[in-house]
Design a protein around this ligand. Structure first.
Ligand SMILES: [Zn+2]
Length: 272
């Protein structure tokens, strides 16, 4: 119980990582390379999703001469399973696609491309379920009950697919490059961001820290600066500026302002 009140921080060990890229162009080439496997597998999963949708349509409309489609519950189970697999593949594809975009963000200045690239999963979700809804509702042989069930199931799947397709927290290339010139940052092997402070709260339980320039962190897939560290830097900068303003001798010639500048900017003095 007493341990909870103890302020405990794990001692870090640091591993220096050397950068591979020398210029902005090389860095962008590297981020594109990092993102490629995620984008390709994402698209493969989307293709699998749409293939499952085709089967769901064929099963629902009894377009295949397969015995289990001619009777219940085989018929209903068949199209529901196909539709469920459609949703699973779609969601996996969207998560992979978004991961690719986080590793290699689009330019925010190109608004349409930025939106389409980040939310391509929404468009694919529509492709993965709307045709099924149309084919199910226009099936002359289906009962009203099974049409209703099909429409509701596909609509729910569509909503889930859209929610996963949207990138709620898109990264931008501009933001990534803006912070690419920091000399010393810290990151963890499994994390997605880098930190400018090794005493950041998000790192307090992490023993092994990797360190290098922010460009090196980006090369290694940590394309964003930690929000907590970003705020801390902004606060330190503001405090520093304020202290400098206060310490600047105002021309009244009376007050001694020496030694007032006490703001310390933490450096990596704990490294070792
Ligand atoms: Zn941080």
């Amino acid at each position: 119980m007493a341990k909870e009140t103890e302020k405990k921080t794990v001692a870090h060990t640091y591993t220096k990582v050397e950068g591979k890229t020398q210029s902005k162009e090389e860095l962008l080439q590297q981020t594109r390379k990092n993102a490629m496997p995620y984008r390709i597998t994402g698209v493969i999963f989307w293709i699998l999703a749409i293939t499952c949708e085709v089967f769901a349509i064929l099963f629902f409309r009894v377009a295949l001469e397969w015995d289990f489609l001619y009777e219940e519950p085989g018929h209903t189970i068949a199209w529901i399973v196909a539709l469920a697999l459609d949703l699973i593949f779609l969601v996996v594809g969207s998560l992979l696609w978004k991961k690719g975009n986080h590793l290699d963000p689009a330019k925010r200045s190109q608004e349409i491309k930025f939106w389409c690239q980040n939310n391509l999963g929404v468009i694919v979700a529509a492709i993965a379920f709307v045709p099924f809804i149309i084919f199910a509702l226009t099936d002359k042989n289906a009962t009203k009950k099974s049409k209703t069930l099909a429409a509701i199931a596909a609509a729910v799947a569509l909503i889930i697919g859209v929610l996963f397709g949207i990138d709620w927290n898109p990264h931008s290339q501009e933001e990534m490059l803006e912070n690419a010139g920091i000399n010393t940052v810290y990151w963890t092997a499994s994390g997605t961001v880098y930190h400018t402070h090794d005493d950041c709260g998000h790192l307090k339980n992490t023993k092994d820290l990797l360190t290098g320039s922010s460009a090196t962190a980006i090369e290694n897939g940590k394309t964003r600066l930690c929000k907590t560290c970003e705020k801390k830097d902004a606060d330190l900068l503001a405090a520093g500026e304020q202290a400098v303003t206060e310490a600047t001798p105002v021309d009244d010639g009376e007050k001694d302002v020496g030694g007032d500048l006490t703001v310390e900017i933490p450096d990596d003095t704990t490294g070792g």
